[in-house]
Design a protein around this ligand. Structure first.
Ligand code: NDP
Ligand code: GDR
Length: 383
């Protein structure tokens, strides 16, 4: 490879949480970044708008292409045009609960989509040039077989999403072995950030906590509070994706923090960030979270009116619509291979992540509050 020539990356799912962080990361490293963007009736580029470059510029290092993972011909065309050194296949219908509602589409995008990328590279004769990262997931482990979960732990997927991703995982391994391609799976455990999609549980919680504190919402409705997840920060995890593609040999890696926490404790931590103590009582669908204490100094410092935070106020209730037909109860990863071979370790702790997410949502909701006070109503989605 010519040392003066910038590397070229093609990122699918560039408008998503990870795509946005990865694009920033690669641009900082001097890459030319091509991204796949779906056509939608409204703008869907909020997370990458700050990276946008006028298409009329003669020199660009950030280039978006319309396309879809369900359309082989457009993938072949874009890959042929971009001639990427690295492809990061991050695009997916990534919501586990939604995959029960749209199983066939999820299989097409998340399973066959991975095949389309691999096969495009093969058909274009790029197997020895282009390295491929496949966004695999801890959801593959599903029903607990071994704790902590590592690269050798057997898979037992528990949702149409996870089953589709299982295909993506094995087709990546198969193309690596069959065609001697540099194609790897990153088996990433949950990772979050202030730009996490609003319907994933962490962001749903941090948004609601901010709204409740500002008097914009009464309660937060959740599903299974006992599920345990190994939560990290997306910023750390995109670095791991890149490292996985910089090794001598292509291999699969677990990326995780090694620490697991219940959804219930995540809720407690998020309220505590604003000086609000919440205690849970009751069982199953009758479980609820009630404010039992408040730190008035902290509230005052954050300019949160104390009347929005009443002792005895129920702020969390269970809504069974958020239960899943089959649940993944416990995820906790063992990142020791990544540490040993990639030199990767997370820089963020869970308290740092919660703090960043709550602070960011508090700022965002202050804007909403301002609009509301001015008589401009905004839409409320609670999913
Ligand atoms: P997001 O849901 O935030 O982003 C998904 C991206 O995929 C969006 O850009 C979306 O476009 C795009 N997309 C969805 N369907 C298609 C399609 N048919 N064709 C083209 N693009 C499509 O996910 P994350 O950033 O959180 O996750 C990135 C990847 O990593 C996903 O594959 C996910 O399954 C996987 N993963 C995520 C983990 C996590 O904790 N975040 C953990 C392990 C794996 P649009 O913006 O238009 O909707
Ligand atoms: P997950 O993330 O399914 O692990 O998939 P999500 O945040 O959706 O759920 C985590 C856990 O929280 C429980 N839960 C709720 N979840 C949502 N979304 N909404 C609720 O109201 C709610 N109440 C409780 C869930 O049942 C679950 O146990 C994420 C996605 O990013 C996948 O794409 C990725 O592969 C995996 O993480 C690793």
């Amino acid at each position: 490879m010519d040392a003066r020539k910038p590397k070229v990356a093609f990122v699918t799912g560039i408008t998503g949480q990870d795509g946005a962080y990865l694009a920033e990361f690669l641009l900082r490293k001097g890459y030319i970044v091509h991204g796949l963007k779906r056509r939608s009736s409204l703008f869907n580029t909020d997370r990458i708008d700050h990276l946008y470059q006028d298409p009329h510029l003669s020199q660009r290092n950030f280039i978006l292409h319309y396309g879809d993972l369900t359309d082989s011909s457009n993938l072949i065309r874009i890959i042929q045009e971009a001639q990427p050194d690295e492809i990061y296949n991050l695009a997916a219908q990534s919501h586990v609960k939604v995959s029960f509602d749209a199983p066939e589409y999820t299989a097409n995008a998340d399973g066959i989509g991975a095949l389309r990328i691999l096969d495009a590279v093969r058909l274009l004769g790029l197997t020895q040039k282009t390295r491929i990262y496949q966004a695999s997931t801890s959801e593959l482990y599903g029903l607990v077989q071994e704790v902590p979960q590592r690269e050798t732990t057997p898979f037992y997927p528990r949702s149409p999403y996870a089953v589709a991703k299982l295909y993506g995982y094995w087709i990546t391994v198969n193309y690596r072995e069959a065609y001697n391609m540099y194609a790897c799976n990153g088996i990433l455990f949950n990772h979050e950030s202030p730009v996490r999609g609003e319907t994933f549980v962490t962001r749903k919680i941090t948004r609601a906590v901010a709204k409740i504190a500002l008097g914009l919402q009464d309660k937060l409705y959740l599903g299974n509070l006992s599920a345990k997840r190994d939560w990290g920060h997306a910023k750390d995890y995109v670095e791991a994706m890149w490292l996985i593609l910089q090794q001598e040999q292509p291999e699969d890696f677990v990326i995780a923090t090694g620490i697991t926490t219940t959804v219930r404790d995540f809720v407690r931590m998020a309220f505590a960030e604003l000086g609000i103590e919440v205690e849970f009582s009751g069982k199953n669908e009758a479980e609820k979270g009630v404010i039992i204490d408040r730190d008035e100094e902290r509230l005052a410092a954050l300019d949160i009116p104390a009347e929005n935070v009443k002792l005895g106020q129920t702020v969390v209730k269970i809504d069974p619509r958020y239960f899943r037909p089959t649940e993944v109860d416990l995820l906790v990863g063992d990142p020791s291979k990544a540490k040993a071979k990639l030199g990767w370790e997370p820089k963020y702790t869970l308290p740092m992540l919660v703090s960043e997410m709550v602070d960011s949502d508090l700022q965002l909701m202050r804007k909403e509050e301002y609009l509301k006070r001015g008589g401009f109503t905004t839409l409320n989605y609670f999913e």
